[in-house]
Design a protein around this ligand. Structure first.
Ligand SMILES: Nc1ncnc2c1ncn2[C@@H]1O[C@H](COP(=O)(O)OP(=O)(O)OP(=O)(O)O)[C@@H](O)[C@H]1O
Ligand SMILES: [Mg+2]
Length: 242
């Protein structure tokens, strides 16, 4: 199945990953019932705050893996349903001190087995094992950038790093220019710098869900196109500020 693990990542902080990952999951729920939003941000995760739920301590997952047990039941204990979607909250300071790549990989395996689509919110940059695990195992990675030249150039550099050093294929990346307002860099300029398909989400709360829904539909239509050979994906491409 295509596009099973979809990550939201960025070169720098506060570009809108959590906001867009949450909106994307909420948009996807119209079409797909079997979906989870997994917070793979370490130390200061935010998804639980966004949905008004408690951040759970995930020591039981760590213990299960260290003891060589299957982690399914341990992970399931942390799933909470909110606004019609399943949520796995993030990894706080205590978990950060213990969790390594193998633990995050086991968590990802469980949610991948339990759900048809996994939307992952990650930490910015290349500094956490959770980020490494998420990007290594994603089918699609949305690199969220601010609509400024520096943010786009930073994103291009970081994508090259992740691709060359971590071996994540560049074809998996798509870019989203977030919080776009009129005067700033447009998607075609960004596309030239990044050399990847680029979408945009306009500035303002009222636009976020609308624009992100179109991106989700675009991604789903590509799935459908691949499976049953209909060619309607391009229809969804023109939206946002362009
Ligand atoms: N399109 C948008 N229009 C207006 N405000 C936005 C938009 N996208 C995000 N924001 C706001 O920008 C702020 C940062 O967003 P968010 O927390 O999603 O970023 P992040 O990349 O997840 O940050 P971090 O790196 O800390 O995890 C939030 O206050 C959010 O409401
Ligand atoms: Mg965030």
């Amino acid at each position: 199945m295509n596009n099973r693990i979809i990550s939201f990542w960025s070169a720098g902080g506060s570009t809108g990953k959590t906001t867009l990952a949450a909106a994307f999951t909420l948009a996807l729920k119209k079409y797909k019932k079997d979906i989870v939003l997994a917070d793979f941000k370490e130390v200061t995760p935010h998804v639980h705050k966004y949905f008004g739920i408690e951040l759970s301590d995930k020591s039981n997952i760590y213990e299960a893996i260290e003891n060589g047990h299957n982690a399914t039941e341990a992970v399931k204990e942390h799933l909470q349903k909110k606004q019609g979607i399943w949520i796995l909250s993030g990894f706080g300071m205590n978990d950060f001190a213990k969790f390594e790549e193998k633990h995050f990989f086991a968590v990802l395996e469980v949610v991948k087995n339990e759900f048809e689509h996994v939307v992952v919110d990650t930490s910015a940059g290349v500094f956490f094992s959770s980020t490494y695990t998420a990007l290594k195992n994603s089918d699609v990675i949305f690199a969220v950038a601010a609509p400024t030249i520096w943010s786009i150039e930073d994103t291009a550099q970081m994508i090259n790093f992740v691709s060359n050093r971590w071996g994540v294929e560049k074809e998996k990346f798509k870019a989203i220019l977030n919080a776009v307002s009129k005067e700033e860099v447009d998607t075609s300029t960004a596309e030239k710098i990044l050399e990847i398909e680029t979408f945009s989400v306009r500035y303002g709360q009222k636009n976020i869900l609308k624009d992100v829904t179109k991106i989700a539909e675009f991604l789903l239509k590509k799935d459908i196109e691949k499976v049953i050979g209909i060619k309607r994906a391009e229809e969804a491409k023109s939206f946002g500020v362009n």
